[in-house]
Design a protein around this ligand. Structure first.
Ligand code: CO
Length: 217
């Protein structure tokens, strides 16, 4: 049997297990979605969004790309964030990176990688912004891990720069933006404990896109 056919067997078993737990599961699922979370993560096959968060279908709106980048000229991620924040009115936006990220590793090597160059440029820019800290780390492994974290931090800042996020926050007091890193070796999520309000405050001088002269107190 070609391996892909196994998927349909898996699918039927999954349907049955959901129905066993709740006979109306799919009827409810089809009605509407009201997720509390927007998750922006890496495409890496080892980091499945719902599974690592222990969340069910309907709980989380998901966007994934290579190295979890939030790039202002990427219409895909911009459309996802706008829809999740303005229409679904998610309470939390999470950028989740992971250690051993191939995208981040590739960006650490200064060489021509073809079509990946413009994408990885975003991570190389993170390296340049934090060059002093990164270059002071002698172990290459530790430097790699730290770049993964700093990349998450900078992508969170990119989320906070957006008009949709700032305006909804002024209106509702949410969403708040969180930076996490998934550790493949332990399965654990690490919260980088970024100070959302401080970042918003610090970027306001240049990136304030709220309607008024609103100032975070
Ligand atoms: Co990755």
């Amino acid at each position: 049997m070609p391996s892909y056919e196994k998927i349909f067997t898996n699918n039927k078993e999954w349907v049955q297990s959901k129905l066993n737990a709740d006979a109306d599961f799919f009827e409810k699922l089809a009605k509407d979605q009201n997720p509390e979370y927007l998750y922006i993560g890496c495409s890496d096959s080892r980091v499945p969004a719902n599974e690592i968060m222990g969340l069910e279908p309907g709980d989380v709106f998901v966007h994934r790309n290579v190295a979890n980048l939030v790039c202002s000229i990427d219409l895909n991620v911009m459309a996802v964030i706008n829809y999740a924040v303005r229409h679904l009115e998610v309470k939390h936006v999470v950028v989740c990176g992971h250690y051993n990220c191939g995208g981040v590793k590739a960006a650490m090597q200064p060489k021509d990688l073809g079509i990946l160059n413009p994408w990885l440029r975003n991570i190389r820019d993170v390296y340049r912004l934090h060059k002093e800290e990164l270059n002071s780390i002698t172990s290459e492994g530790d430097r790699y891990n730290r770049l993964v974290e700093l990349n998450v931090q900078e992508q969170c800042i990119n989320v906070i720069k957006l008009a949709s996020v700032q305006q909804q926050f002024v209106k509702n007091g949410y969403p708040r933006v969180h930076g996490w890193v998934f550790d493949l070796k332990t399965g654990l999520l690490k919260d980088l404990n970024l100070d959302f309000e401080k970042i918003l405050h610090d970027i306001q001088e240049i990136y304030n896109l709220t309607d008024s002269n609103w100032q975070l107190k």
